[in-house]
Design a protein around this ligand. Structure first.
Ligand code: ADP
Length: 467
C-alpha cells in the first residue's frame, strides 16, 4: 500500500492498475436502477476522482440517450458546475471516442483548479473511451495528471475501465427506457380505468333511463287502451245506427274513425308487447300449430294492403310440407305479420315477395328438429352494417320523414317496433331471427331475406335475452 500524500486523498497514478480496480468496483455498486444517465455520469466521475490523482474529471457522452439528449457531461464534485467543456478538452474527448483509444496531451498552463503542490509542474490531460461491446458511447477526460506514462498496460487498464463504465451506461439507458415505458403504461392503464368507469356509469344511467321508459310506455299504453275501447264501442254503435248506415257520407266518416282506432290499437298493443319483452315478462303459451295455416291466414288478412300495392305475393308449396310445431299462435301471428307487411312496404311496385320453408336439424339445445321460414323480397334491401341494428326497438332507418299511417305504403315507416317484437317473440320460443341482404339500393333493389328458425317443440321456459 502507498502512503497517502499529506493533506491529500489516497489516490493512484493513472499508470497504476489499482486505481482502475478500486474505481470500477465502486462504480459497479452504484444504485443504477434509480439513476438517469446524467446522474450516473456525475457519480461515476466523482468516484474516479476519488481514486485518481488529477485536478478534475469529466465523463462526456456523445451518444444520444433515451430522452434524445446528446453531449451529456458528468463532472466530479470538484469540477466547475454546469460549465461546458473547454474546447481543447472536448477535442481530446472526441479523439478518444472516435479512435476508441487512450490519448493524452500536455495541459496548456495550470488551471485555477490545479492544486498548490502540482503548480509549476508539467501536467497532462488524458482521455479514454467509454465503450460497449458494440460501439463507443463517449469518453472520460482526466485533467491535470502527472506524466501519464501510456504504457500498453496503462492503455489496457484504462480501456477495460472504459468498457466497465460504458456497459453500465448502457444498462442505465435501458433501465431509463423501461422506467419511461412503464410509467406510460401505468398512465395508459389509469386512463383506461377511468374511461371504463365512465362507460360503466353511462351504461348504468342508460339502463335506468331505458327501464324508466319501459315503465312509462307500459303505463301510457294501459291508459290509452280505455279511451280506445270507448272510441271503438261508440263507432261500432254509430255504424249500426240506421241513420248512419243509410247515409254513405256519414258511414265513410265512421269507418275512417274505426280504421284510425284499429291502427292506434295495433300500436298500443305493440308498445305493450315491447314493454313485456323488455321487462322479461312476455309469456308464450305453446299450442300445436301448422305454420302453413298460420301464414295463409295472415296472407288473407293482408288483402286490403296488397290491393293498394302492385306487389306479387307468393306462398311457396314448401310451406305445406313443414311439420306441426308447438308455438304461441298469437305471438307467431305478430312475428309473421310484421315480416310480411315489411316485405310489402319496402318493395316497390312491380316487385315480388315470397315465403318458403324447410325443416332443418338442431337449431337449439332444447330441440333436435327445427323449421326455417324465409320471407324474401325484391325490395330496397338493407345495409350490412345495419342488419343487426334494425332488430333494436325504435329503430326505423328512414327517420320520422317516412312515417306513414298507411300500413302498406312504400317505405311507410312505423314506430320501429315490428322487428324488435319479432325478435323478442322468436327468441322466447328458443328460436333465431336474422336478415340477409346484399345492401341498400333503392334503384337496383337487391332485396332481403328474413330468416326465422323455430324449434319444432317450443322451449316454453326460454329466457328472453336482453334487447
Ligand atoms: P318499422 O315500424 O319502421 O317498419 P320495423 O322494426 O318493422 O320498424 O323495421 C325496422 C326498420 O328495418 C325499418 O324502418 C326498415 O328501414 C327496415 N326494414 C324492415 N324490413 C325491411 C325489408 N323487408 N326491406 C328493407 N328494409 C326493411
Amino acid at each position: 500500500m502507498k502512503t497517502p500524500a499529506p493533506g491529500r486523498h489516497n489516490r493512484e497514478k493513472v499508470s497504476d492498475p489499482l486505481g482502475a480496480l478500486l474505481a470500477s468496483t465502486e462504480i459497479i455498486c452504484l444504485p443504477i436502477e434509480q439513476l438517469t444517465v446524467s446522474q450516473f455520469l456525475h457519480q461515476a466521475a466523482g468516484i474516479l476522482r476519488k481514486h485518481y490523482a488529477c485536478t478534475s474529471i469529466h465523463l462526456w457522452m456523445s451518444h444520444t440517450d433515451a430522452d434524445g439528449h446528446r453531449d451529456i457531461v458528468g463532472s466530479d464534485p470538484n469540477a466547475p458546475i454546469d460549465e461546458p467543456l473547454p474546447e481543447p478538452v472536448l477535442t481530446l474527448a472526441h479523439t478518444a471516442y472516435l479512435e476508441q483509444s487512450v490519448v493524452s496531451e500536455l495541459e496548456h498552463g495550470p488551471s485555477r483548479d490545479t492544486p498548490e503542490d502540482m503548480r509549476g509542474r508539467q501536467t497532462w490531460n488524458l482521455a479514454f473511451p467509454l465503450l460497449t461491446a458494440e460501439c463507443a458511447l463517449g469518453a472520460a477526460v482526466l485533467h491535470g495528471i502527472e506524466d501519464p506514462d501510456l504504457s500498453s498496460l496503462t492503455q489496457n487498464v484504462l480501456r477495460t475501465l472504459g468498457i466497465h463504465i460504458g456497459t453500465l451506461i448502457r444498462y442505465v439507458e435501458q433501465l431509463q427506457v423501461l422506467r419511461k415505458e412503464n410509467s406510460q403504461l401505468i398512465e395508459a392503464h389509469a386512463r383506461l380505468l377511468s374511461r371504463t368507469e365512465q362507460l360503466e356509469a353511462t351504461y348504468a344511467q342508460l339502463k335506468r333511463l331505458d327501464e324508466a321508459k319501459t315503465g312509462f310506455i307500459t303505463v301510457a299504453s294501459h291508459e290509452l287502451r280505455t279511451p280506445l275501447t270507448v272510441l271503438s264501442g261508440y263507432s261500432q254503435m254509430l255504424a249500426s245506427d240506421p241513420i248512419v248506415a243509410e247515409d254513405a257520407y256519414r258511414m265513410q266518416l265512421v269507418q275512417g274513425i274505426q280504421r284510425g282506432a284499429n291502427r292506434l290499437r295495433t300500436i298500443v298493443d305493440d308498445m305493450l308487447d315491447m314493454a313485456r319483452i323488455d321487462s322479461h315478462t312476455l309469456q308464450i303459451q305453446p299450442e300445436p300449430l301448422f305454420p302453413a295455416i298460420l301464414i295463409k291466414s295472415i296472407h288473407s288478412s293482408l288483402h286490403e294492403i296488397l290491393s293498394e300495392r302492385a306487389v306479387t305475393f307468393t306462398l311457396d308449396p314448401s310451406l305445406d310440407k313443414l311439420p306441426m310445431i308447438e308455438a304461441d299462435i298469437d305471438g307467431l301471428r305478430k312475428v309473421f305479420y310484421h315480416l310480411m307487411v315489411n316485405a310489402i312496404k319496402y318493395t316497390p311496385d312491380g316487385g315480388r315477395v315470397w315465403i318458403w320453408g324447410r325443416e332443418i336439424k338442431a337449431c337449439s339445445p332444447s330441440s333436435e328438429r327445427c323449421i326455417e321460414i324465409i320471407i324474401s323480397d325484391t325490395g330496397i334491401g338493407i345495409d350490412p352494417e345495419l342488419q343487426d341494428l334494425i332488430f333494436a326497438k325504435f329503430y326505423p332507418m328512414g327517420g320520422t320523414a317516412f312515417h306513414s299511417s298507411g300500413s302498406g305504403k312504400f317505405k311507410g315507416g312505423g314506430p320501429g317496433l315490428g322487428l324488435a317484437i319479432a325478435r323478442g317473440i322468436v327468441e322466447a320460443h328458443g328460436g333465431r331471427i336474422w336478415v340477409e341482404s346484399p345492401g341498400h339500393d333503392e334503384i337496383r333493389c337487391p332485396g332481403s331475406d328474413f330468416h326465422v328458425v323455430l324449434p319444432v317443440r317450443a322451449a316454453s321456459d326460454t329466457e328472453i335475452p336482453e334487447m
